[in-house]
Design a protein around this ligand. Structure first.
Ligand SMILES: Cc1cc2nc3c(=O)[nH]c(=O)nc-3n(C[C@H](O)[C@H](O)[C@H](O)COP(=O)(O)OP(=O)(O)OC[C@H]3O[C@@H](n4cnc5c(N)ncnc54)[C@H](O)[C@@H]3O)c2cc1C
Length: 280
């Protein structure tokens, strides 16, 4: 399909991008890698009148560690993250996104701003209790992952706000696992699970579990976390906690999986992700 006509502006800076989108009215949109927006345009599910291209902005392409956390530019591509072993679970999630062609163009800021609950980064950011910095014509603000994702393809970002940085706590000493189930290797997740565990000897000091595609936004598996936190970390308790992974979820059914099958997958993948995170 051929998209509807649109005007194009290559932004010279984040401030220029924000201003141009704000001046362009409600049909103006940012574009970065284009690997979520362009498919929607081709299907005529989106028809922006103006695209403001931020893909070339070096100011949102940084990647550095300071003060116990990572600051990852919103314009950093999946391909750059997939090879950064020091980023732990985020690198693992990046490596499982689509195929290399998509990973070479798609960006972390674009993925988070798109707000698709089937995308891999949102559940990771939610479990890690990360944040984004968003800058628009009204100034700059930090948004916690828990406040960013509002509904299906809906975030707390204003149209003229650019995700300039993604803040990921380093979580030194935490074990991690990311499990994703899809029919073909390059597909979106039917269900994905990010598990993070902080051990203290043989017991679970803290645990966080993020779920991909188990509702209209990424979710925390709070009941499973509660069941595991503060007790011994063995295979039996991990399996018992994982049985509660689908509690409070409302997964959408689709051509690939019914809601009940997704609940089953959430339990199985949570057990696997927790086992990996526990180093058990
Ligand atoms: C075949 C295929 C398979 C895929 N499979 C997966 C998968 O398995 N897992 C997965 O997670 N993703 C998958 N994706 C999506 C892919 O990861 C996209 O690259 C990503 O979701 C969007 O990033 P982008 O830079 O391409 O954003 P774009 O498509 O350019 O933009 C997406 C949205 O974000 C906005 N935006 C872009 N950048 C910013 C920013 N910095 N600040 C604020 N708003 C911004 C745009 O206005 C637009 O609304 C797949 C895509 C394709 C085409």
């Amino acid at each position: 399909m051929i998209p509807a006509d649109f005007d194009y502006h290559r932004a010279e800076s984040v401030d220029d991008a924000a201003r141009t989108v704000a001046d362009g009215g409600e049909d103006a949109k940012l574009i970065a890698g284009g690997h979520s927006l362009v498919p929607l345009m081709k299907l005529r599910l989106a028809a922006p009148s103006l695209l403001v291209d931020i893909a070339g902005l070096d100011e949102i392409r940084g990647l550095e560690r300071s003060n116990g956390g990572w600051a990852i530019g919103g314009g950093v591509r999946h391909a750059e993250l997939q090879s950064r072993d020091d980023l732990g679970v985020l690198a693992r999630a990046a490596s499982l996104i689509a195929d290399q062609q998509v990973r070479n163009r798609g960006t972390i800021g674009g993925s988070l701003a798109h707000g698709d609950p089937a995308s891999d980064y949102p559940a990771v950011l939610l479990a890690a209790e990360g944040e984004v910095t968003a800058r628009g014509t009204g100034g700059e603000r930090r948004i916690a992952a828990g406040d960013l994702f509002r509904d299906y393809l809906t975030t707390a970002l204003a149209p003229d706000e650019v995700i300039t940085d993604v803040h990921l706590p380093a979580l030194d000493g935490w074990g991690w696992g990311y499990e994703k189930y899809s029919r073909r290797a390059e597909d979106w997740a039917m269900v994905g699970v990010c598990a993070l565990i902080e051990r203290s000897g043989d017991s679970c000091e803290d645990v966080r579990i993020g779920l991909t595609h188990m509702g209209s936004t990424p979710l925390r598996a709070s009941a499973a976390e509660e069941a595991l936190r503060g007790g011994p970390l063995d295979a039996e308790r991990i399996a018992a906690a994982a049985e509660q992974a689908a509690e409070g979820t409302d997964p959408p059914g689709d051509l690939n999986a019914t809601p009940e099958y997704k609940r089953h997958l959430a339990r199985v993948l949570t057990r696997r992700a927790l086992t990996q995170a526990a180093g058990a």
